[in-house]
Design a protein around this ligand. Structure first.
Ligand code: CU
Length: 166
C-alpha cells in the first residue's frame, strides 16, 4: 500500500511538473500540494482479489516494427470485476496501464521525459520479457477506457487497446 501511494504521488508530481514546463517553458518548483487531486482512478477502482472475477488473458507482443495487445478490444459490464492475466510474449519490458485515453496520452508524454519510470500500481503493471502478471480491477463506470504501454515508442507502435464498459 505504501509503495502504491508513493508511486502515484511520483506520477502526480511528474504530471504537474511537465504541465508547468509546457505552460511556461521553464521548469517551475514543485509545490507540496501539487499532487493533491491525484490518486483517483478514472476507469473504476482497484479490485478485491478475494472476490470472484472474470478472467481475461491479455498477451503483449512485438514483431516486424509493430507492438500490441491481443485482444485489443475488451467489453465488460459495469460493476464487473476482471482479473487481467498479462503475458509478455516479447523480448522487451511492457506495461499495461488502465486509464482514459486522455490520461494515457498525457502520461506517455511524461514517460518520454522520464523513461526510467516503472509502474506497479493498482491500475498499472510492468511485465518483464516472457514474464506474466495479474491486475484485478472493478469497472464501476460506463464508458470507454484504454489500456496502454507507455514505455517511450511503444504506444506509437500500436501498444494500446480499448475497454468498453456497458
Ligand atoms: Cu511496451
Amino acid at each position: 500500500m505504501l509503495k502504491y501511494t508513493r508511486s502515484l504521488t511520483a506520477v502526480g508530481i511528474l504530471l504537474t511538473a511537465s504541465a508547468a514546463i509546457l505552460t511556461t517553458g521553464v521548469a517551475m518548483p514543485i509545490s507540496a500540494s501539487a499532487h493533491e487531486d491525484h490518486g483517483r482512478f478514472s476507469a473504476g477502482e482497484p479490485g478485491d482479489p478475494n472476490k470472484p472475477a472474470r478472467i481475461v488473458e491479455v498477451r503483449m507482443f512485438e514483431g516486424s516494427g509493430k507492438m500490441g495487445f491481443e485482444p485489443a478490444r475488451i467489453e465488460v459490464r459495469r460493476g464487473e470485476q476482471v482479473r487481467f492475466v498479462l503475458h509478455n510474449d516479447g523480448e522487451e519490458d511492457h506495461e499495461f496501464i488502465l486509464a482514459t485515453v486522455a490520461e494515457n496520452r498525457k502520461h506517455a508524454e511524461v514517460m518520454k521525459k522520464h523513461p526510467e519510470m516503472e509502474h506497479d500500481d493498482p491500475n498499472g503493471k510492468r511485465i518483464l520479457p516472457y514474464g506474466s502478471g495479474e491486475l484485478v480491477w472493478k469497472f464501476t463506470k460506463r464508458g470507454e477506457f484504454e489500456f496502454a504501454c507507455l514505455i517511450p515508442g511503444h504506444y506509437e507502435k500500436g501498444m494500446f487497446g480499448k475497454i468498453i464498459v456497458k
